[in-house]
Design a protein around this ligand. Structure first.
Ligand SMILES: C[S@@+](CC[C@H](N)C(=O)[O-])C[C@H]1O[C@@H](n2cnc3c(N)ncnc32)[C@H](O)[C@@H]1O
Length: 203
């Protein structure tokens, strides 16, 4: 078992899941509504226990959701069945595995892209997302932000400049909004909501 898989499975095994509110993130619903994103095939990266995938499926999207953790996916599968929605869950390493075959109209991730390890893995993730999207495809990523006082723990943090440098070669940035992760914690972690459109004119 590789180290990354072991790390994430360990967190799901012990319930060390501060990000897991048990409900969809309001930033997702806001962007879908404000940008008029109609139901389409959607891929969620790092879906965890499935809250956002389930909300998307209930909203009429055709949802495929991946995670590196088999334990997370087992919980997500149970929750989707309880919610009586259909989601295809797959165990995939989004960096080093093969993403499900698209083309997708929308890719969504909450706190998965930002967990990439350094510039090379961020670039790999951006390339994989680009390849999975169809023409005009959109990617909404909720990303931990550096715009907060230094602290121990919490989500990885990227600056706006880092996000731009990673995604701009392959995506037009349509929205880069300072927000917070929807959270059950007293001080919700600051985040970026970054909505991107796939560039077609790339090698
Ligand atoms: C911070 S959690 C967020 C989970 C979920 N998106 C949510 O909001 O509840 C990050 C998730 O990404 C998954 N993950 C981390 N690296 C991954 C990779 N390389 N491929 C697929 N999933 C990954 C983890 O297992 C974990 O479920």
């Amino acid at each position: 078992m590789d180290v990354r898989r072991e790390k994430w499975d360990g967190r799901y095994a012990t319930g060390d899941l501060p990000w897991d509110t048990g409900r969809f993130d309001a930033n997702l619903a806001t962007v879908i509504a404000e940008w008029g994103i109609a139901p389409c095939p959607v891929l969620e990266l790092g879906c965890g226990t499935g809250s956002n995938a389930i909300w998307l499926a209930a909203a009429g999207f055709d949802v495929t959701a991946v995670d590196i953790s088999a334990l997370a996916l087992a919980q997500a599968t149970t929750r989707a069945a309880e919610a009586e929605v259909s989601v295809r869950f797959e165990e995939v390493d989004m960096h080093h595995g093969r993403l499900p075959k698209g083309p997708f109209g929308l890719v969504f991730d909450r706190g998965c892209f930002h967990s990439s390890d350094g510039p090379e893995e961020h670039a790999l993730c951006v390339r994989n997302v680009h390849d999975s999207l169809g023409p005009q495809g959109l990617w909404l990523s909720l990303i931990g932000s550096t715009d907060s006082p230094p602290r121990d723990g919490g989500p990885p943090q990227l600056s706006a400049a880092q996000i731009v440098s990673y995604v701009e070669p392959l995506f037009e940035i349509r929205l880069l909004k300072a927000t917070h992760f929807d959270s059950n914690q007293p001080e919700p972690p600051p985040a970026w909501a970054c909505l991107m459109r796939k560039r077609e004119d790339t090698a």
